[in-house]
Design a protein around this ligand. Structure first.
Ligand code: MCA
Ligand code: AMP
Length: 494
Protein backbone atom coordinates (compact mmCIF):
# COMPACT_ATOMS: atom_id res chain seq x y z
CA UNK A 1 0.00 0.00 0.00
CA UNK A 2 1.35 3.45 -0.87
CA UNK A 3 0.29 7.04 -0.23
CA UNK A 4 -2.25 6.75 -3.03
CA UNK A 5 -4.18 4.29 -0.93
CA UNK A 6 -5.92 6.60 1.50
CA UNK A 7 -8.74 4.29 2.62
CA UNK A 8 -11.55 6.82 2.09
CA UNK A 9 -10.30 8.53 -1.07
CA UNK A 10 -12.38 6.33 -3.38
CA UNK A 11 -15.97 6.52 -4.51
CA UNK A 12 -17.52 7.50 -1.15
CA UNK A 13 -20.01 10.21 -1.99
CA UNK A 14 -21.64 10.20 1.43
CA UNK A 15 -18.86 11.87 3.41
CA UNK A 16 -17.48 15.40 3.18
CA UNK A 17 -13.71 15.45 2.86
CA UNK A 18 -13.08 19.19 2.51
CA UNK A 19 -14.95 22.36 3.38
CA UNK A 20 -13.68 25.59 1.83
CA UNK A 21 -15.92 28.56 2.70
CA UNK A 22 -19.35 27.72 1.28
CA UNK A 23 -18.04 24.85 -0.81
CA UNK A 24 -18.07 21.23 0.34
CA UNK A 25 -16.40 18.35 -1.47
CA UNK A 26 -17.11 14.67 -0.87
CA UNK A 27 -14.39 12.06 -0.83
CA UNK A 28 -15.56 10.83 -4.23
CA UNK A 29 -15.36 14.34 -5.73
CA UNK A 30 -11.87 14.89 -4.37
CA UNK A 31 -10.82 11.46 -5.60
CA UNK A 32 -12.13 12.20 -9.09
CA UNK A 33 -10.17 15.48 -9.25
CA UNK A 34 -7.00 13.74 -8.09
CA UNK A 35 -7.27 11.03 -10.74
CA UNK A 36 -8.00 13.55 -13.49
CA UNK A 37 -5.04 15.66 -12.37
CA UNK A 38 -2.68 12.66 -12.18
CA UNK A 39 -3.81 11.64 -15.67
CA UNK A 40 -3.18 15.13 -17.01
CA UNK A 41 0.26 15.27 -15.42
CA UNK A 42 1.20 11.97 -17.01
CA UNK A 43 0.17 12.99 -20.53
CA UNK A 44 1.87 10.43 -22.75
CA UNK A 45 4.00 9.02 -19.93
CA UNK A 46 2.99 6.01 -17.86
CA UNK A 47 4.93 7.06 -14.73
CA UNK A 48 6.48 10.41 -13.72
CA UNK A 49 9.50 8.52 -12.35
CA UNK A 50 10.02 10.92 -9.45
CA UNK A 51 9.83 14.12 -11.49
CA UNK A 52 9.79 17.06 -9.06
CA UNK A 53 6.53 18.94 -9.36
CA UNK A 54 6.38 22.08 -7.24
CA UNK A 55 3.17 23.84 -6.29
CA UNK A 56 2.40 27.26 -4.91
CA UNK A 57 -1.21 26.89 -3.79
CA UNK A 58 -2.94 27.88 -0.54
CA UNK A 59 -5.15 25.42 1.35
CA UNK A 60 -7.88 24.40 -1.11
CA UNK A 61 -9.30 21.51 -3.11
CA UNK A 62 -6.62 22.35 -5.70
CA UNK A 63 -3.84 21.86 -3.15
CA UNK A 64 -5.12 18.37 -2.27
CA UNK A 65 -5.66 17.57 -5.95
CA UNK A 66 -2.08 18.46 -6.83
CA UNK A 67 -0.43 16.78 -3.84
CA UNK A 68 -2.25 13.49 -4.33
CA UNK A 69 -2.16 13.79 -8.12
CA UNK A 70 1.64 13.97 -8.06
CA UNK A 71 1.76 11.01 -5.67
CA UNK A 72 -0.50 8.89 -7.84
CA UNK A 73 1.37 9.75 -11.03
CA UNK A 74 4.73 8.74 -9.49
CA UNK A 75 6.23 12.19 -8.99
CA UNK A 76 7.79 13.93 -5.99
CA UNK A 77 5.50 16.61 -4.56
CA UNK A 78 7.29 19.85 -3.61
CA UNK A 79 4.75 22.07 -1.79
CA UNK A 80 6.04 25.61 -1.41
CA UNK A 81 5.24 28.30 1.11
CA UNK A 82 2.91 30.77 -0.58
CA UNK A 83 4.40 33.45 1.69
CA UNK A 84 7.96 32.87 0.43
CA UNK A 85 10.03 35.66 -1.03
CA UNK A 86 11.05 35.15 -4.67
CA UNK A 87 14.74 34.94 -3.69
CA UNK A 88 13.95 31.98 -1.45
CA UNK A 89 11.88 30.26 -4.13
CA UNK A 90 14.78 30.35 -6.52
CA UNK A 91 16.83 28.21 -4.13
CA UNK A 92 14.00 25.70 -3.61
CA UNK A 93 13.26 25.34 -7.31
CA UNK A 94 16.80 25.06 -8.53
CA UNK A 95 18.10 22.82 -5.75
CA UNK A 96 15.18 20.42 -6.26
CA UNK A 97 15.57 20.57 -10.08
CA UNK A 98 11.87 21.25 -10.40
CA UNK A 99 10.59 20.84 -13.97
CA UNK A 100 6.95 21.83 -13.59
CA UNK A 101 5.29 24.33 -11.28
CA UNK A 102 1.58 24.44 -10.54
CA UNK A 103 0.00 27.75 -9.47
CA UNK A 104 -3.23 29.62 -10.17
CA UNK A 105 -4.17 33.25 -10.85
CA UNK A 106 -2.15 35.90 -9.09
CA UNK A 107 0.23 33.29 -7.68
CA UNK A 108 1.02 32.30 -11.24
CA UNK A 109 1.71 35.93 -12.16
CA UNK A 110 4.20 36.29 -9.31
CA UNK A 111 6.15 33.24 -10.50
CA UNK A 112 6.22 33.79 -14.26
CA UNK A 113 9.61 35.55 -14.51
CA UNK A 114 11.32 33.14 -12.15
CA UNK A 115 9.95 30.08 -13.94
CA UNK A 116 11.06 31.47 -17.29
CA UNK A 117 14.51 32.12 -15.90
CA UNK A 118 14.79 28.59 -14.49
CA UNK A 119 13.16 26.95 -17.52
CA UNK A 120 10.27 25.59 -15.47
CA UNK A 121 6.91 24.98 -17.09
CA UNK A 122 4.29 27.01 -15.21
CA UNK A 123 0.78 25.55 -15.29
CA UNK A 124 -2.55 26.12 -13.59
CA UNK A 125 -4.52 23.22 -12.09
CA UNK A 126 -7.19 23.73 -14.74
CA UNK A 127 -4.64 23.41 -17.53
CA UNK A 128 -3.42 20.06 -16.24
CA UNK A 129 -6.74 18.39 -15.36
CA UNK A 130 -7.62 15.70 -17.92
CA UNK A 131 -11.25 15.39 -19.09
CA UNK A 132 -11.53 11.93 -17.57
CA UNK A 133 -9.31 9.81 -15.34
CA UNK A 134 -6.98 7.44 -17.17
CA UNK A 135 -4.72 4.57 -16.20
CA UNK A 136 -2.33 5.35 -13.36
CA UNK A 137 0.94 3.60 -12.50
CA UNK A 138 1.57 1.13 -9.68
CA UNK A 139 3.72 2.95 -7.14
CA UNK A 140 5.85 0.92 -4.77
CA UNK A 141 6.17 1.94 -1.15
CA UNK A 142 9.86 2.75 -1.32
CA UNK A 143 9.43 5.44 -3.98
CA UNK A 144 10.20 9.08 -3.14
CA UNK A 145 6.96 11.03 -2.61
CA UNK A 146 7.55 14.45 -1.08
CA UNK A 147 10.22 17.06 -0.52
CA UNK A 148 9.88 19.70 2.22
CA UNK A 149 12.47 22.38 2.82
CA UNK A 150 13.89 22.77 6.29
CA UNK A 151 16.21 25.39 7.68
CA UNK A 152 19.07 24.20 9.78
CA UNK A 153 22.63 24.82 10.71
CA UNK A 154 23.58 25.64 7.12
CA UNK A 155 22.69 28.90 5.45
CA UNK A 156 20.45 27.38 2.78
CA UNK A 157 17.42 25.19 3.54
CA UNK A 158 17.75 21.49 2.66
CA UNK A 159 15.18 19.36 0.85
CA UNK A 160 13.89 16.62 3.16
CA UNK A 161 12.74 13.68 1.05
CA UNK A 162 10.22 11.18 2.34
CA UNK A 163 8.93 8.06 0.63
CA UNK A 164 5.37 6.80 0.40
CA UNK A 165 6.25 4.41 3.22
CA UNK A 166 7.55 7.25 5.42
CA UNK A 167 4.41 9.28 4.92
CA UNK A 168 2.10 6.34 5.55
CA UNK A 169 3.96 5.50 8.78
CA UNK A 170 3.78 9.13 9.91
CA UNK A 171 0.04 9.23 9.30
CA UNK A 172 -1.03 5.85 10.63
CA UNK A 173 0.81 6.14 13.92
CA UNK A 174 -1.15 9.34 14.65
CA UNK A 175 -4.47 7.87 13.51
CA UNK A 176 -4.14 5.28 16.28
CA UNK A 177 -2.39 7.40 18.91
CA UNK A 178 -4.84 10.29 18.75
CA UNK A 179 -7.92 8.15 18.04
CA UNK A 180 -8.91 9.75 14.73
CA UNK A 181 -12.29 8.65 13.37
CA UNK A 182 -14.45 9.55 10.39
CA UNK A 183 -16.65 11.59 12.73
CA UNK A 184 -13.84 14.08 13.32
CA UNK A 185 -13.89 17.63 11.99
CA UNK A 186 -10.82 19.87 12.19
CA UNK A 187 -9.91 23.39 11.02
CA UNK A 188 -6.72 23.67 8.96
CA UNK A 189 -5.16 27.14 9.05
CA UNK A 190 -1.48 26.24 9.32
CA UNK A 191 0.77 26.64 6.29
CA UNK A 192 0.85 23.66 3.94
CA UNK A 193 4.57 23.32 3.37
CA UNK A 194 5.31 21.74 6.75
CA UNK A 195 4.54 18.42 8.43
CA UNK A 196 2.21 19.96 11.01
CA UNK A 197 -0.31 21.13 8.40
CA UNK A 198 0.35 18.47 5.76
CA UNK A 199 0.57 15.28 7.83
CA UNK A 200 -0.90 15.88 11.28
CA UNK A 201 -3.98 17.74 10.09
CA UNK A 202 -4.69 17.35 6.37
CA UNK A 203 -3.39 13.83 5.75
CA UNK A 204 -4.57 12.34 9.04
CA UNK A 205 -7.99 13.91 8.49
CA UNK A 206 -8.31 12.52 4.97
CA UNK A 207 -6.89 9.13 5.92
CA UNK A 208 -9.46 8.83 8.72
CA UNK A 209 -12.39 9.84 6.50
CA UNK A 210 -12.91 12.97 8.62
CA UNK A 211 -13.80 16.49 7.44
CA UNK A 212 -11.05 19.07 7.07
CA UNK A 213 -12.14 22.74 7.03
CA UNK A 214 -9.70 24.84 5.01
CA UNK A 215 -8.57 28.40 5.80
CA UNK A 216 -6.03 30.36 3.79
CA UNK A 217 -4.68 31.80 7.05
CA UNK A 218 -5.26 31.91 10.78
CA UNK A 219 -8.40 33.97 10.52
CA UNK A 220 -9.39 34.28 14.20
CA UNK A 221 -12.91 35.78 13.83
CA UNK A 222 -14.04 33.25 11.20
CA UNK A 223 -12.48 30.28 12.96
CA UNK A 224 -13.86 31.22 16.37
CA UNK A 225 -17.34 31.73 14.85
CA UNK A 226 -17.19 28.09 13.78
CA UNK A 227 -15.89 27.04 17.18
CA UNK A 228 -18.93 28.71 18.78
CA UNK A 229 -21.12 26.86 16.29
CA UNK A 230 -19.59 23.55 17.41
CA UNK A 231 -18.25 22.74 13.93
CA UNK A 232 -15.01 21.09 15.09
CA UNK A 233 -14.15 18.44 17.63
CA UNK A 234 -10.35 18.44 17.14
CA UNK A 235 -8.01 21.45 17.13
CA UNK A 236 -4.27 21.39 16.43
CA UNK A 237 -1.98 24.40 16.56
CA UNK A 238 1.40 25.80 17.50
CA UNK A 239 1.74 27.46 20.95
CA UNK A 240 1.72 30.94 19.37
CA UNK A 241 -1.82 30.31 18.15
CA UNK A 242 -3.05 29.52 21.66
CA UNK A 243 -1.29 32.72 22.82
CA UNK A 244 -3.00 34.70 20.02
CA UNK A 245 -6.38 33.22 20.93
CA UNK A 246 -5.91 34.30 24.54
CA UNK A 247 -4.85 37.79 23.36
CA UNK A 248 -8.00 37.86 21.20
CA UNK A 249 -10.14 36.92 24.21
CA UNK A 250 -8.78 40.06 25.91
CA UNK A 251 -10.03 42.21 23.02
CA UNK A 252 -13.63 40.94 22.78
CA UNK A 253 -16.66 40.95 25.08
CA UNK A 254 -17.02 38.43 27.88
CA UNK A 255 -20.07 36.76 26.37
CA UNK A 256 -18.23 35.88 23.16
CA UNK A 257 -15.22 34.63 25.14
CA UNK A 258 -17.52 32.37 27.11
CA UNK A 259 -19.06 30.96 23.95
CA UNK A 260 -15.69 30.31 22.31
CA UNK A 261 -14.34 28.65 25.44
CA UNK A 262 -17.47 26.48 25.61
CA UNK A 263 -16.82 25.50 21.98
CA UNK A 264 -13.29 24.41 22.85
CA UNK A 265 -14.51 22.64 25.96
CA UNK A 266 -16.87 20.50 23.91
CA UNK A 267 -14.05 19.23 21.66
CA UNK A 268 -12.51 15.81 22.12
CA UNK A 269 -8.91 16.98 21.65
CA UNK A 270 -6.70 20.10 21.58
CA UNK A 271 -3.06 19.56 20.56
CA UNK A 272 -0.01 21.81 20.80
CA UNK A 273 3.29 21.26 19.04
CA UNK A 274 6.08 22.45 16.73
CA UNK A 275 7.59 24.43 19.61
CA UNK A 276 7.65 24.20 23.39
CA UNK A 277 4.34 24.89 25.08
CA UNK A 278 5.11 26.96 28.19
CA UNK A 279 3.62 25.51 31.39
CA UNK A 280 1.92 28.85 32.01
CA UNK A 281 0.13 28.62 28.66
CA UNK A 282 -0.88 24.98 29.28
CA UNK A 283 -2.46 26.02 32.59
CA UNK A 284 -4.11 29.14 31.19
CA UNK A 285 -5.71 27.11 28.41
CA UNK A 286 -6.98 24.54 30.88
CA UNK A 287 -8.45 27.24 33.11
CA UNK A 288 -10.16 28.95 30.18
CA UNK A 289 -11.45 25.96 28.26
CA UNK A 290 -11.14 22.92 30.49
CA UNK A 291 -8.97 21.36 27.76
CA UNK A 292 -5.79 19.61 28.87
CA UNK A 293 -3.51 20.32 25.91
CA UNK A 294 -1.86 17.26 24.42
CA UNK A 295 1.72 18.31 23.66
CA UNK A 296 3.79 16.31 21.21
CA UNK A 297 7.25 16.55 19.63
CA UNK A 298 8.11 16.22 15.97
CA UNK A 299 10.44 17.29 13.21
CA UNK A 300 10.31 17.58 9.42
CA UNK A 301 12.69 14.63 9.09
CA UNK A 302 10.67 12.27 11.33
CA UNK A 303 7.07 13.44 11.44
CA UNK A 304 5.92 12.97 15.02
CA UNK A 305 8.18 11.12 17.46
CA UNK A 306 7.02 11.63 21.02
CA UNK A 307 3.55 12.41 22.32
CA UNK A 308 1.62 12.78 25.52
CA UNK A 309 -1.06 10.09 25.66
CA UNK A 310 -4.59 10.48 24.36
CA UNK A 311 -5.79 8.48 27.34
CA UNK A 312 -3.70 9.01 30.44
CA UNK A 313 -1.71 11.78 32.05
CA UNK A 314 -0.85 14.78 29.83
CA UNK A 315 1.94 16.43 31.73
CA UNK A 316 2.60 20.16 31.39
CA UNK A 317 6.12 20.93 30.15
CA UNK A 318 6.65 17.38 28.87
CA UNK A 319 6.21 15.84 25.42
CA UNK A 320 5.33 12.39 26.74
CA UNK A 321 6.34 9.00 25.41
CA UNK A 322 7.62 7.56 22.10
CA UNK A 323 4.79 6.99 19.63
CA UNK A 324 4.11 3.38 18.60
CA UNK A 325 6.50 2.32 15.83
CA UNK A 326 8.98 5.09 16.68
CA UNK A 327 12.19 4.14 18.48
CA UNK A 328 13.60 6.95 20.60
CA UNK A 329 16.94 6.91 22.42
CA UNK A 330 18.93 9.62 24.18
CA UNK A 331 22.69 9.69 23.56
CA UNK A 332 25.48 11.53 25.35
CA UNK A 333 28.21 13.51 23.56
CA UNK A 334 30.32 10.33 23.30
CA UNK A 335 27.55 8.56 21.38
CA UNK A 336 26.76 6.39 24.39
CA UNK A 337 23.11 5.51 24.93
CA UNK A 338 21.68 7.03 28.11
CA UNK A 339 19.50 4.54 29.90
CA UNK A 340 18.90 6.30 33.19
CA UNK A 341 16.41 9.03 34.07
CA UNK A 342 17.32 12.68 34.67
CA UNK A 343 20.39 12.63 32.41
CA UNK A 344 20.15 14.87 29.40
CA UNK A 345 21.12 13.74 25.92
CA UNK A 346 20.43 14.17 22.23
CA UNK A 347 17.21 12.64 20.94
CA UNK A 348 17.88 10.10 18.19
CA UNK A 349 15.15 8.37 16.24
CA UNK A 350 14.63 5.16 14.23
CA UNK A 351 11.53 3.87 12.49
CA UNK A 352 9.57 3.82 9.25
CA UNK A 353 8.60 7.42 10.04
CA UNK A 354 12.16 8.66 9.39
CA UNK A 355 12.87 10.44 6.08
CA UNK A 356 14.99 8.93 3.32
CA UNK A 357 17.56 11.63 2.57
CA UNK A 358 18.36 15.28 2.09
CA UNK A 359 17.86 15.84 -1.62
CA UNK A 360 21.06 15.74 -3.60
CA UNK A 361 23.11 16.09 -0.42
CA UNK A 362 24.70 12.79 0.49
CA UNK A 363 27.09 14.42 2.91
CA UNK A 364 24.39 16.11 4.98
CA UNK A 365 22.37 12.88 4.96
CA UNK A 366 25.32 10.83 6.19
CA UNK A 367 26.19 13.36 8.86
CA UNK A 368 22.68 13.35 10.25
CA UNK A 369 22.64 9.59 10.94
CA UNK A 370 24.77 7.65 13.41
CA UNK A 371 24.52 3.84 13.56
CA UNK A 372 21.16 4.02 11.84
CA UNK A 373 19.79 6.62 14.28
CA UNK A 374 18.65 10.00 12.97
CA UNK A 375 20.25 12.68 15.15
CA UNK A 376 17.68 15.40 15.80
CA UNK A 377 19.97 17.95 17.48
CA UNK A 378 17.32 18.34 20.19
CA UNK A 379 18.30 17.70 23.78
CA UNK A 380 15.91 16.01 26.20
CA UNK A 381 15.73 14.27 29.53
CA UNK A 382 13.41 11.56 30.85
CA UNK A 383 11.74 12.31 34.19
CA UNK A 384 9.22 9.95 35.76
CA UNK A 385 8.96 8.16 32.44
CA UNK A 386 8.16 11.24 30.32
CA UNK A 387 10.43 13.10 27.91
CA UNK A 388 11.08 16.77 28.52
CA UNK A 389 12.71 18.84 25.75
CA UNK A 390 15.51 20.97 27.16
CA UNK A 391 16.59 22.82 24.04
CA UNK A 392 18.67 22.41 20.93
CA UNK A 393 22.34 21.70 20.49
CA UNK A 394 22.64 24.55 17.94
CA UNK A 395 22.22 28.23 18.78
CA UNK A 396 21.80 28.86 15.07
CA UNK A 397 18.30 27.41 14.97
CA UNK A 398 15.46 29.67 16.05
CA UNK A 399 11.84 28.60 16.55
CA UNK A 400 9.52 31.53 15.97
CA UNK A 401 5.77 30.94 16.04
CA UNK A 402 6.41 27.30 15.11
CA UNK A 403 8.65 28.13 12.15
CA UNK A 404 12.19 26.81 12.29
CA UNK A 405 14.54 29.53 11.12
CA UNK A 406 18.23 29.46 10.39
CA UNK A 407 20.15 32.31 12.00
CA UNK A 408 22.84 31.81 9.35
CA UNK A 409 20.36 32.22 6.49
CA UNK A 410 19.09 35.52 7.95
CA UNK A 411 22.65 36.69 8.66
CA UNK A 412 23.59 35.90 5.05
CA UNK A 413 20.87 38.24 3.74
CA UNK A 414 21.56 41.03 6.26
CA UNK A 415 25.24 41.02 5.37
CA UNK A 416 24.36 42.14 1.85
CA UNK A 417 23.04 45.45 3.29
CA UNK A 418 25.34 48.37 2.46
CA UNK A 419 25.47 49.72 6.01
CA UNK A 420 26.22 46.42 7.77
CA UNK A 421 29.71 45.07 8.29
CA UNK A 422 29.07 42.27 10.81
CA UNK A 423 25.95 40.56 12.04
CA UNK A 424 24.88 37.88 14.49
CA UNK A 425 21.27 36.69 14.72
CA UNK A 426 19.82 35.00 17.78
CA UNK A 427 16.40 33.98 19.11
CA UNK A 428 15.31 35.91 22.18
CA UNK A 429 12.66 34.44 24.50
CA UNK A 430 9.29 35.95 23.68
CA UNK A 431 5.81 35.40 25.09
CA UNK A 432 4.06 35.41 21.72
CA UNK A 433 6.59 33.90 19.30
CA UNK A 434 8.46 31.58 21.66
CA UNK A 435 11.65 33.06 20.28
CA UNK A 436 11.88 36.42 18.50
CA UNK A 437 14.52 36.94 15.80
CA UNK A 438 16.97 39.57 17.02
CA UNK A 439 19.93 40.86 15.02
CA UNK A 440 23.10 42.30 16.53
CA UNK A 441 24.70 44.59 13.98
CA UNK A 442 28.08 46.24 13.62
CA UNK A 443 27.72 49.07 11.14
CA UNK A 444 30.28 50.24 8.61
CA UNK A 445 32.21 53.39 9.54
CA UNK A 446 29.95 56.42 9.42
CA UNK A 447 26.82 54.39 8.52
CA UNK A 448 23.48 54.66 10.35
CA UNK A 449 20.51 52.30 10.31
CA UNK A 450 17.00 52.55 11.75
CA UNK A 451 14.95 49.42 12.50
CA UNK A 452 12.02 50.38 10.21
CA UNK A 453 14.36 51.07 7.28
CA UNK A 454 16.00 47.67 7.70
CA UNK A 455 12.60 45.94 7.96
CA UNK A 456 11.50 47.55 4.68
CA UNK A 457 14.77 46.59 3.05
CA UNK A 458 14.27 42.93 4.14
CA UNK A 459 10.81 42.84 2.58
CA UNK A 460 10.99 40.67 -0.53
CA UNK A 461 14.42 39.32 0.35
CA UNK A 462 13.14 36.89 2.98
CA UNK A 463 9.74 35.59 4.14
CA UNK A 464 8.25 38.21 6.44
CA UNK A 465 8.32 35.95 9.52
CA UNK A 466 12.13 35.76 9.24
CA UNK A 467 12.59 39.53 9.40
CA UNK A 468 14.19 40.52 12.74
CA UNK A 469 11.73 41.75 15.34
CA UNK A 470 14.49 43.87 16.87
CA UNK A 471 18.01 45.06 16.14
CA UNK A 472 20.83 46.01 18.49
CA UNK A 473 23.64 48.13 17.12
CA UNK A 474 26.94 47.27 18.82
CA UNK A 475 30.56 48.34 18.38
CA UNK A 476 31.82 44.77 18.14
CA UNK A 477 30.50 41.22 18.44
CA UNK A 478 31.78 39.04 21.28
CA UNK A 479 34.12 36.40 19.87
CA UNK A 480 36.04 33.45 21.30
CA UNK A 481 39.76 32.78 20.85
CA UNK A 482 39.04 31.21 17.45
CA UNK A 483 37.29 34.40 16.31
CA UNK A 484 33.84 32.77 16.30
CA UNK A 485 30.92 34.87 17.56
CA UNK A 486 29.82 33.62 20.97
CA UNK A 487 26.04 33.74 20.67
CA UNK A 488 25.38 32.64 24.27
CA UNK A 489 27.23 35.83 25.32
CA UNK A 490 24.86 37.84 23.10
CA UNK A 491 21.85 36.17 24.72
CA UNK A 492 23.17 37.25 28.09
CA UNK A 493 23.33 40.86 26.88
CA UNK A 494 19.53 40.93 26.47
C1 MCA B 1 3.76 35.81 11.27
N1 MCA B 1 4.65 36.74 11.67
C2 MCA B 1 5.64 36.14 12.33
C3 MCA B 1 5.32 34.78 12.32
N2 MCA B 1 4.16 34.59 11.67
N3 MCA B 1 6.74 36.63 12.92
C4 MCA B 1 7.55 35.75 13.49
N4 MCA B 1 7.32 34.43 13.54
C5 MCA B 1 6.22 33.90 12.95
N5 MCA B 1 5.99 32.61 13.00
C6 MCA B 1 4.59 38.18 11.47
C7 MCA B 1 4.40 38.57 10.03
O1 MCA B 1 5.64 38.65 9.40
C8 MCA B 1 3.70 39.90 10.16
O2 MCA B 1 4.66 40.86 10.49
C9 MCA B 1 2.82 39.71 11.38
O3 MCA B 1 3.43 38.66 12.14
C10 MCA B 1 1.39 39.30 11.04
O4 MCA B 1 1.44 38.25 10.08
P1 MCA B 1 0.26 37.22 9.91
O5 MCA B 1 0.63 36.29 8.80
O6 MCA B 1 -1.04 37.94 9.86
O7 MCA B 1 0.37 36.46 11.29
P2 MCA B 1 -0.49 35.29 11.83
O8 MCA B 1 -1.50 34.83 10.82
O9 MCA B 1 -0.97 35.66 13.18
O10 MCA B 1 0.63 34.12 11.90
C11 MCA B 1 1.03 33.61 13.05
C12 MCA B 1 0.98 32.09 12.93
C13 MCA B 1 1.98 31.65 11.83
C14 MCA B 1 -0.43 31.66 12.53
C15 MCA B 1 1.34 31.53 14.26
O11 MCA B 1 3.27 32.08 12.17
C16 MCA B 1 1.96 30.16 11.62
O12 MCA B 1 1.13 29.63 10.89
N6 MCA B 1 2.90 29.45 12.27
C17 MCA B 1 2.93 27.99 12.21
C18 MCA B 1 4.01 27.52 11.35
C19 MCA B 1 3.99 25.99 11.28
O13 MCA B 1 3.04 25.37 10.87
N7 MCA B 1 5.05 25.41 11.75
C20 MCA B 1 5.17 24.00 11.78
C21 MCA B 1 6.54 23.66 11.34
P3 MCA B 1 4.51 42.40 10.09
O14 MCA B 1 3.17 42.83 10.58
O15 MCA B 1 5.65 43.05 10.78
O16 MCA B 1 4.63 42.40 8.61
S1 MCA B 1 7.26 22.53 12.44
C22 MCA B 1 6.74 21.03 11.96
O17 MCA B 1 5.99 20.86 11.03
C23 MCA B 1 7.21 19.96 12.89
C24 MCA B 1 7.26 18.64 12.21
C25 MCA B 1 6.31 19.89 14.11
O18 MCA B 1 6.75 19.47 15.17
O19 MCA B 1 5.14 20.26 13.96
P1 AMP C 1 10.90 21.59 11.94
O1 AMP C 1 12.27 21.21 11.56
O2 AMP C 1 10.40 22.84 11.38
O3 AMP C 1 10.06 20.42 11.66
O4 AMP C 1 10.92 21.79 13.49
C1 AMP C 1 11.24 20.73 14.32
C2 AMP C 1 11.78 21.24 15.62
O5 AMP C 1 10.73 21.87 16.36
C3 AMP C 1 12.28 20.16 16.52
O6 AMP C 1 13.57 19.74 16.15
C4 AMP C 1 12.21 20.84 17.87
O7 AMP C 1 13.34 21.65 18.07
C5 AMP C 1 10.99 21.73 17.74
N1 AMP C 1 9.81 21.15 18.38
C6 AMP C 1 8.78 20.49 17.82
N2 AMP C 1 7.86 20.16 18.75
C7 AMP C 1 8.33 20.62 19.94
C8 AMP C 1 7.85 20.60 21.28
N3 AMP C 1 6.68 20.09 21.61
N4 AMP C 1 8.62 21.17 22.23
C9 AMP C 1 9.81 21.74 21.94
N5 AMP C 1 10.30 21.80 20.68
C10 AMP C 1 9.57 21.24 19.70
Amino acid sequence: MHTGSFPHLGDDNSRTALVDGDQRFTYAEVNQCINRFATGLLGEKDDLQEERIAFFIPASLDYVTVMHGVWRAGGIAVPLNVASAVAELEHYLSSASVTRMIANGEYQDSLRDLCNELDIELLSVEEVLAETPGKLPEITDDRRAMMLFTSGTTNKPKGVVSTHKTIRAQITTLIDAWAWTEDDAIPLFLPLHHIHGIINILSCGLWAGATVHLFAKFDIPRITDQIIAGTYNVFMAVPTIYVKLIQYFESIDAERVEKICAGFKAMRLNISGSAACPVKLFKQWQELTGQVLLERYGMTEIGMGISNPYNGERRAGYVGLPLPGVEVQLFDENDQAINEESKAGEIRIKGDNVFLEYWNNERATEESFRDGWFCTGDVAVIEDGYYRIMGRSSVDIIKSGGYKLSALEIEGVLLTHDAISEVAVIGVEDDTWGEAVTAFLVLKDGAGLEYEALKNWCDGKMSSYKIPKDIKIVDALPRNAMGKVTKPALKKLI
